[in-house]
Design a protein around this ligand. Structure first.
Ligand SMILES: [Zn+2]
Length: 315
């Protein structure tokens, strides 16, 4: 029979000192905290790319799936991330009711504009990158019970700039809404008119507003929703003439940028200048509505604004 013998180690004799030597008991000892640069780096490596997004407002890392489920709104500070036109349509209209209009219209480089790259090549790149033909999607849809005409701009396509296709699609949408006696909703995000098309882009401002005047004359409601950012030629035309003007929280809204205004007027700009909150206070916009509440509020406003027509039996 094999016998196992254990040798008893005398642990106490080997560990005469504690694992961490306590500091010398002097009164004026100072501890210098080492910056944890190495630790921070390795933590960054642990986070796989494309799964988390850092919120630019509160710096929280938000799980992408969570962000998508929350309509691209930060779950911690309610910062509204940019959202694509398709995602926005999905969030507002009844499933399978959106009938896109004029999807085949594409911009033409009439001026043969060439800057750092040619306009034609820019158009091609953006069309491939975004899967969009231009910076707005228009169509008829249903929002709750209401048939409505809906136009949604997309900032990812050349900064949501308004060229002849954006103007033409919106004008046709407005005219269709007038013809069919439908309420109109346009969700804007834009850096302004598209400089590559010069005069052709500027004339879209007048064209869209003229079509809106006919829509208004038919006593039909137009809701303009401003999202971050809505600037320049778009803000100076169709976006600012809604019967009701709504905005997303924190959206930058204006004509010229704050730096240009500051340089021109040589004056200090008030805090919060050109934000949705500032403009609500000063009466330019009617309400600030968060993205998650937008559909419910839109329904509420449509119910209110079309109540008279329903009574008259025109809708
Ligand atoms: Zn945040």
């Amino acid at each position: 029979m094999a016998t196992t013998s254990f040798i008893k180690k005398n642990l106490t004799s080997e560990t005469t000192e504690p694992a961490v030597t306590p500091p010398a008991p002097t009164g004026n000892t100072t501890f210098v905290k080492k910056p944890k640069l190495a630790g921070a780096k390795s933590r960054k490596k642990d986070i796989p790319e494309g799964l988390w997004t850092k919120c630019p407002k509160c710096s929280t890392m938000v799980f992408d799936k969570e962000l998508d489920e929350n309509l691209k709104v930060c779950t911690h500070c309610q910062y509204h991330f940019p959202i694509s036109s398709r995602e926005r349509i999905h969030s507002l209209v009844e499933t399978c009711t959106f009938e896109e209009m004029d999807a085949e219209l594409t911009s033409v480089d009439v001026l043969n504009f060439t800057g750092v790259a040619s306009y034609a090549s820019k158009l091609e790149t953006y069309q491939q990158e975004t899967g969009l033909k231009d910076a707005v999607i228009t169509g008829l849809c249903k929002v709750g019970e209401h048939r409505a005409a809906l136009g949604v701009m997309d900032f990812k396509f050349l900064g949501g700039s308004m060229g002849s296709v954006v103007g033409e699609r919106l004008t046709r949408l407005i005219e269709r809404a007038t013809e069919k006696a439908l309420p109109l909703v346009i969700i804007s995000t834009s850096g302004g008119a598209r400089m590559y098309e010069g005069m052709f882009s500027l004339m879209q401002m007048g064209k869209t507003c003229a079509a809106l005047a006919y829509h208004a004359r038919a006593r039909l409601p137009y809701l303009s929703i401003l999202t971050n950012p809505t600037m320049a030629g778009v803000m100076a035309s169709f976006a600012s003439v809604g019967d009701l003007i709504l905005a997303e929280p924190g959206a930058m809204i204006g004509f010229a940028g704050p730096r240009v205004i500051k340089d021109t007027t040589q004056a200090e700009l008030p805090p919060g200048f050109q934000t949705a909150e500032f403009l609500l206070e000063h009466g330019l916009i009617d309400a600030i509505v968060s993205r998650k509440e937008m559909k419910a509020r839109l329904l509420e406003y449509l119910n209110f604004l079309t109540a008279g027509q329903k009574q008259a039996g025109t809708v």
